[in-house]
Ligand binder design. Sequence first.
Ligand code: ACO
Length: 327
Amino acid sequence: MKSEQRVKISGTGGYLPARRVTNDDLAAELDTSHDWIVSHTGICARHIMAADESPCDMAERAARVALERAGVAAADLGYIIVATTTQDYSGFPSTACLLQGRLGATQAGALDISAACTGFVYSLEVARGLMHCDRGARPTLVVGVEAMSRIVDWKDRNTCVLFGDGAGAAVLELTSEAGRGILASYLRAEGSNPDTLYCGGGLRTQPPVTEARLAHMNGRVVFGFAVKAMAEVVLHFLETLQLSPEQVSFVVPHQANIRILQAAQKRLPIAPEKFFMNIAEVANTSAASIPLALAELDRSGRLRAGDLVITTGFGAGLTYGGNAILW
Ligand code: ACO
């Protein structure tokens, strides 16, 4: 690898399951309403995986689109990284290995990354590190995929209305082009209060496992943490990369809740219209959220080569972080 090379995103892809569930559909089964959900979260609909679909199926659909857009053959991939907390198998094998087999990526190493909704942000940086130190010329496939519908308690209106399923993918390649590629990433964790946002089940002994594998959340604590964390990420890049707010073309935030995004936006000197939002249609798809948004923004034709895109996200762990990318 030459020292001036950077890692660029050369293709993106997204996949949403066909079944679209509206707020009114949920209100038919649950003590909630379209007005409550939209006013508290900005969500109008979510897409839910079919009974015979798996996370790897969704990952494969998004990955094939990203590979085609990048013009990269699966057989040429050096690594496949999958960010997910809802794997096909509980524990092992990794979803990345399943995807490697599906795609016939015979030269690729494969691993999953568990950082919840920040998983894609973390994965881009892991991919960048791997590409700078090994298999230099080979492209890497990074996928965020999540089947949240399989771990939410559909009787708990506090959580189930928030989430959706989906997958987003990006192909990364080394480039010597001036003004393109990932400039920096910012990864942080605050693991001292795991109960703020967690999925039950597992193997821990203290406290002993008594619950089913379902998501639990202290919504107000998460809200406060998220606003602070998402703003901190963007401010970090403005400061350390010495960027003016005008130089930022788009902020692509984790689509958790429109009110979190608006509150974070108010703490930042960046114009509101630069924040990309698709939460109304996709809801919170956890690790798939940022790559799905990037793929939609890419497909919209609003991105130009060299545009500065900042991702910012937070998730269970708690984790948070972002990437500064010259598109
Ligand atoms: N429909 C109707 N009423 C509801 C619903 C619902 N779907 N959910 C909760 N309520 C009720 C509550 O029971 C409560 O009723 P009560 O006052 O009688 O007890 C009332 O609404 C108000 O509850 P609050 O907690 O005050 O509502 P709040 O305005 O804080 O909104 C929310 C709740 C949307 C969960 C908010 O706290 C939030 O957005 N938190 C962050 C959620 C999030 O994005 N988490 C991230 C998920 S994972 C990730 O992305 C990393």
